[in-house]
Ligand binder design. Structure first.
Ligand code: FMN
Length: 216
């Protein structure tokens, strides 16, 4: 137990201050972690190249006090939520759920790289989000997508889902076209102009992630 002197307790009571030295975050430093989530588990997925591009973009920004980490949903062999599992699979699945939950909880904000399947977010990512709630609550998220309309409909779908999980989704999104930012819809060659939206999206995610950190 800390030995607080009578004088310092009186001083705190009278003046509201704390005369003891407290560990504080260095002024101006955000100390934030942003997860960049690759949201497809499909073999041969385009999300891998897009996630690497957006992670490289993030690292090059050199944001002071902000750390970026890529997370591939495909690395977590999550079961379908609530499905009946064999005893052998149960232990494995339990460990995967725990690892996913802990990894996602470790971030202050997120960039979700989302494919679009049938005008919505892919089923694997929706299922993975269904395992979460406190892990993501009162945090911020931005979106990167690709598709015939840049994944825009998947992003709108994500806003609804994340709203239910108390995640604040920022305005600007990055939308790659399967027709003009990919060769043969599989080799990712993004147009330079996407840098503008990527910059705005990162600025917004950092701003909101920093603000929301103060209320958790
Ligand atoms: C079942 C299915 C449905 C799809 N629906 C859409 C769609 O509604 N809109 C769209 O833009 N692309 C759609 N696509 C194309 C995917 O967005 C494209 O294949 C993309 O590369 C998928 O992401 P991934 O490669 O990271 O898994 C669909 C693809 C599949 C297989």
């Amino acid at each position: 137990m800390r030995n607080t002197s009578f004088i310092s307790r009186i001083s705190n009571a009278l003046f509201g201050g704390n005369t003891q030295t407290q560990p504080t975050e260095e002024k101006g430093k955000l100390n934030m972690k942003i997860g960049i989530i690759s949201g497809s588990v499909r073999e041969g997925r385009n999300s891998a190249a897009v996630t690497e591009w957006i992670h490289d973009f993030a690292v090059k920004r050199n944001d002071e006090g902000v750390e970026y980490e890529m997370v591939a949903l495909a690395d977590y062999d999550l079961p379908l939520l609530g499905s009946k599992l064999s005893a052998e699979r149960q232990a494995e699945a339990g460990a995967a759920i725990q690892a996913w939950s802990a990894k996602i909880a470790s971030f202050d904000g997120y960039i979700f790289v989302t494919p679009e399947y049938n005008h919505a977010v892919g089923g694997a990512l929706k299922n993975a989000l269904d395992f979460l709630k406190p892990e993501v609550a009162d945090k911020a998220a931005g979106f990167v997508g690709y598709g015939s309309l840049g994944g825009a409909r998947a992003h709108e779908n994500m806003r609804v889902i994340l709203g239910e999980l108390s995640v604040a989704t920022v305005h600007t999104t990055v939308n790659f076209s399967l027709m003009t930012d990919f060769e043969n819809m599989s080799n990712f060659v993004p147009n330079d102009y996407h840098a503008g939206n990527a910059t705005a999206m990162f600025d917004e995610v950092i701003k909101w992630s920093g603000a929301l950190k103060t209320i958790r």
